[in-house]
Ligand binder design. Structure first.
Ligand SMILES: [Zn+2]
Length: 1061
């Protein structure tokens, strides 16, 4: 006779089931306690400890010593290799046998010389399946190696995750044994856990919740853990429940295996190489066992690492990619920061990434994949489109501190009007564990209910790697189509986006940047990394340009394509979203600086080689080659090296315009410097330059109040005796740029203690701790008296530990005043900024972004406005009213703000986690101030900011330099910038260049591109350099016409004629 049903109290029923599956309670009699059957110790265990990250081949040659469970090893960043000898008992024939392994650190199992599976306790990977079913004749003895890295999934922080790594951390092996695994019990546990999740997740108001609970309760009734023959009845109860279908309108979750691996973060780049192997080989194991399992993988760099370090694993990856189970996504070299990289660098992320994916996997990615990055530039839609991508996935905006982003699926319209389809997984995570709570949240949290009925569900341990587990897959299977829950399918990005695209008529549109209201300190943290980034972007630009011109002019010049690819990839690697942002540990910052040093030294060698090729064969005096790498005429003072290491000032030659001579028009106006004036005779140089006497730059002697005035006939700068800027006047109009009674060049110090994410976050409340640094009266002194250059300098004690010195420099003919700054910075949780209160009133300020600029409010009206109290910019920002404005330029800074009339540039922070040494030491940087009449476009703020960042090059000419100045390109429109000149990536003939231009003013414009290069053919192409079939441009009279819409980026292929020499 059947048992009488009990009333079934909600709580007792629920907790009864919980205890039945508990790993903690009642394991002597519950189901969980019987998951593993017989156990045996391993036959022999030996270990070898090394500070190196050795290859398998090297490691197994080493001297292994006997080891045992309980042994400790370390310290942090070392590696312990274990040799594990196993003999499986004969009695286990017919059973599933696992190696159960529990240790600290991250393990990787090697079998027969190949990696086979990751083992990390944190990632719920504690056992390696030796055999699914031991056969009669199977070999029962084998030797495995387990390579254990002495770091956790998330590094080795001392105390908390983001604390600097503890270098002395020790690690322990706590379990190494063979065990019989009961698959049927595992399946019942999965059923019961899901039923519990459904009961709890749907709650007492739901009929379905009770059905789940009662099903689970009944399963416990019928299931005797000691009697496997009772399991099928329990399993049947579960199946009946899970097979009760949902309705046709159910929301669909597209579950994709995912494993976010930060390319460097709380661990160094080199460890990431191994993280990839551990994580991906585990995913492959799951693919072997689950033919429908799809795993997405981004970041070409990581694939390239695995290709070179683990060729066997890589070959397997490619096979699974052919079968559609391993899906490369993203299209970029790394998951880069979405704010700081230049426009060209962003293009190169895709160019390097997509060409890698095409070469290695036979196709381009069709979606940009950037789940974990701190905001997204308004130019990304155009860049994506130009790189064959129309879809974008991220979720980071769910981290917004102030405002909830109103969509999960929407059209994103960029600065130029380009649109892409964007999806944020509504569960607000890229590392789902696959529990019912997450599944339900994905549905309930979806901001586009009624508009989008499909969502991504990315499952697998992430950030430090790890990835999905078999248990996650088993859970997903149960949830395929069950009443009360959304439909769940194992899916690919293609399937998800196709489903979203098929029904996109209802979707809303978001215009402009996707600003993350958090992590706004990452625009400033690790100033040396930021400086390296800006500088190396410039070096690669210059190398490509000069090499392209050398290619055009010399038959013998070999374009350094392979070296440039290598250097670009180093730069792109450093633009990873925890490196250029400064949110990494000290080891990573050191590696990043080495990468920049490589780019600097190799880049400068390449520059010299190109300069040499440009000079070859030209008659003329030997000496210096002065090169302007910008697409417009420049006349500037430059410092020249003199024998003995000193410098002298010279002025780049300015020639009278003459027909047919475009030297004065810029891009690569290679000219010989005629004015290598000695420092004490600058006046002669001015005369020789033919400059009007009135335009000399003068430092007027200090007045009795200690103030100094600099005047170059264009602007007049007055500094008080402490270095404050008390006046900045446009001489011609007499217009004052500094607010009445206010002080410019005001350094201010803030307390900078965020809520948690130290290197990442600066909080709104830091603004309440503003302390102006006053300086000492009488510290201002004349630097350079005048002539080509006038300057004054001063010292400022920031605190007992930190000091600042600054030279304020005004050059002849220059529309801006520069502030060369050196700071010795030794602070804790302080933020240094410099402020300029402007005599300008405007509700909006303008900030440069990639290939353009945008406006942000200068007030805090709404929560969306004040959440942007700290924003990012590139080389300039501007506050303009009708007819007048003030621009603040910089050579390596990214953090900024304009509140009211005060332009503020963020200079240095002092966070202590995850790098306690971040930003300590000496910093050199330059910012500049440019008052202007009219709009910033018409006044030339954009070329000025370029000039500050791309100084004229004075390269030693190995041979005779060109006697006459020579110019390669000239543009008819000041609105258009020729950003890049490079050799085409893939071309059968190497004499093909790619030009990239963009419209920088925000206007529709027709632009004539004039060139002195021998052009045979000109064709428009996309950012991947694929020719537009309808893009042939007529080339006549050395010119071609290109049409632009606002902020449009256009690329063209120029095929050159064979060289004459
Ligand atoms: Zn990340």
């Amino acid at each position: 006779m059947a048992a009488v049903p009990a009333v079934k109290h909600w709580r007792t029923a629920l907790e009864r089931v919980e205890k039945f599956v508990s790993p903690l309670y009642f394991t002597d009699c519950n189901l969980r306690g019987r998951l593993f059957g017989d156990r045996r110790p391993v036959a022999a265990l030996a270990s070898f400890l090394t500070p190196e990250r050795l290859s398998y081949e090297d490691a197994v040659q080493q001297d292994f010593r006997p080891a045992q469970v309980g042994d400790c090893f370390g310290p942090t960043w070392w590696t312990c290799w274990f040799r594990v000898e196993l003999i499986i008992p004969e009695a286990w024939v017919g059973q599933e046998v696992h190696l159960c392994w529990e240790s600290d650190g991250e393990g990787l199992v090697w079998r027969d010389g190949e990696p086979v599976q990751g083992l990390t306790t944190e990632g719920e990977k504690n056992s390696y399946i030796l055999t699914n079913k031991l056969g009669e004749g199977d070999s029962r003895s084998l030797t495995l190696y387990v390579e254990v890295a002495c770091n956790g999934l998330l590094g080795a922080g001392k105390g908390t995750m983001i604390a600097p790594p503890d270098p002395k951390k020790m690690f322990q092996l706590s379990r190494a044994e063979l065990a019989v695994f009961h698959r049927d019990i595992h399946q019942l546990l999965v059923d019961l856990e899901l039923l519990l999740g459904i009961a709890k997740g749907l709650g007492k108001d739901s009929q379905r919740s009770f059905q789940a609970l009662y099903t689970a309760n009944q399963m416990v009734n019928v299931c005797d853990p000691a009697q496997p023959e009772t399991f099928p009845v329990a399993q049947a109860l579960a199946s009946r429940f899970f097979n009760q279908r949902g309705g046709e309108s159910q929301h669909t979750l597209h579950a994709m295996g995912h494993c976010h691996i930060d390319t460097a973060w709380l661990w160094p780049f080199k460890e990431t190489v191994r993280k990839c192997a551990r994580s991906w080989v585990t995913a492959l194991k799951l693919m072997e066992q689950n033919a429908d399992f799809i795993f997405v993988c981004s970041q070409a760099q990581q694939l390239e690492w695995v290709k070179s370090h683990y060729p066997g694993l890589y070959a397997q990856l490619q096979e699974f990619a052919c079968q559609g189970q391993f899906v490369p996504v993203g299209g970029t070299w790394v998951e880069m920061d979405g704010n700081l990289p230049s426009g060209e660098a962003m293009v190169r992320q895709f160019l390097q990434g997509q060409s890698f994916f095409l070469q290695e996997f036979g196709k381009l990615c069709s979606e940009f994949w950037l789940p974990d990055t701190f905001g997204y530039s308004a130019q990304l839609p155009q860049i994506m489109r130009g790189c064959g991508i129309t879809r974008f996935l991220t979720q980071k905006l769910s981290w917004n501190l102030v405002n909830s982003f109103p969509h999960h699926t929407f059209h994103w319209e960029g600065l130029d009007g380009s649109r892409v389809l964007v999806h944020f997984p509504p569960g607000d995570s890229y590392g789902m564990q696959v529990n019912v709570e997450e599944v339900l949240k994905t549905v309930t949290n979806n901001q586009d209910k009624g508009r989008a009925n499909h969502s991504a569900f990315l499952f697998g341990f992430g950030d430090g790697g790890g990835g999905p587990t078999q248990t996650m897959l088993d859970r997903l299977r149960r949830l395929g189509n069950t009443d009360g829950l959304p439909r769940v399918q194992l899916s690919s990005p293609d399937q998800l986006f196709e489903a979203l695209e098929s029904d996109q008529g209802q979707l809303c549109t978001w215009v402009g940047e996707l600003f993350l209201e958090l992590h706004n300190g990452t625009y400033t943290t690790h100033a040396q990394i930021k400086k390296g980034n800006r500088e190396c972007e410039r070096i690669l630009h210059d190398v490509e340009l000069l090499s392209s011109l050398a290619l055009a002019r010399s038959a013998h010049f070999l374009y350094p394509a392979a070296q440039l690819q290598h250097l670009w990839r180093l730069l792109l690697l450093n633009q990873f979203h925890d490196v250029v942002t400064g949110s990494c540990i000290q080891l990573v910052a050191e590696d990043a600086m080495k990468n920049y040093e490589d780019i600097r030294s190799h880049g400068n060698t390449l520059l010299s080689a190109a300069a040499g090729a440009l000079c070859a064969g030209e008659p003329g005096p030997e000496g210096l080659l002065v090169v302007n790498t910008l697409p417009w005429k420049r006349t500037e003072v430059l410092a020249l090296p003199k024998p003995g290491g000193t410098q002298s000032l010279g002025r780049s030659r300015e020639e009278e315009p003459s027909p047919g001579d475009r030297a004065q028009h810029g891009l690569c106006a290679c000219s010989h410097l005629h004015l290598a004036a000695a420092s004490h005779t600058p006046a002669a140089s001015i005369r020789n330059a033919g400059a009007p006497a009135s335009s000399t730059s003068k430092s007027r002697p200090p007045k009795t109040d200690g103030s100094v005035t600099l005047d170059n006939g264009i602007i007049r700068v007055r500094l008080d005796s402490t270095g404050h800027l008390t006046s900045l006047v446009l001489v011609a109009s007499g217009r004052e740029a500094i607010a009445e009674g206010a002080l410019g060049n005001q350094f201010v110090l803030f307390d900078d203690v965020p809520l948690y994410w130290d290197a990442w976050d600066v909080m709104d409340y830091h603004l309440e701790t503003r302390k102006p640094l006053l300086g000492q009266v009488g510290t201002l002194a004349i630097g350079t008296e005048g002539g080509l250059r006038g300057s004054a300098w001063f010292l400022l004690q920031i605190s007992p530990n930190s000091r600042l010195s600054q030279e304020v420099v005004l050059d002849i003919g220059c529309p801006y005043v520069r502030f060369h700054t050196e700071v010795h910075w030794h602070e804790a949780h302080k933020f240094l900024k410099v402020e300029f209160p402007a005599r300008v009133r405007s509700p909006q300020a303008t900030y440069e972004i990639q290939f353009g600029h945008l406006q942000r409010p200068t007030h805090y009206n709404t929560s969306w406005d004040w959440a942007r109290f700290e924003v990012w910019t590139h080389r300039w920002m501007d506050l303009s009213e009708h007819g007048f404005g003030l621009a603040l330029l910089n050579d390596c800074k990214y953090g900024a703000s304009v509140r009211g009339n005060v332009l503020s540039l963020s200079l240095l922070r002092a966070p202590k986690a995850p790098d306690a040494t971040a930003d300590m030491g000496c910093h050199k940087f330059t910012y500049a101030l440019m008052p202007h009449e009219g709009s910033f476009q018409d006044a030339g703020v954009i070329p000025a900011a370029y000039s500050l960042n791309f100084p004229l090059l004075a390269l030693p000419a190995p041979g005779p330099a060109p006697a006459t100045a020579w110019s390669a390109f000239w543009l008819s429109s000041p609105a258009v910038v020729l950003e890049t000149v490079k050799q085409a990536e893939t071309t059968t003939q190497n004499r093909t260049l790619v030009l990239r231009l963009y419209e920088a003013h925000g206007s529709h414009v027709d632009c004539w591109v004039h060139t002195s290069l021998p052009v045979q053919e000109a064709v428009l192409c996309d950012l991947l350099e694929r020719r537009d079939p309808a893009g042939h441009l007529p080339f006549q009279d050395s010119s071609l016409k290109v049409t632009f819409s606002p902020f449009q980026v256009r690329s063209l292929v120029l095929v050159l004629q064979p060289p004459s020499n």
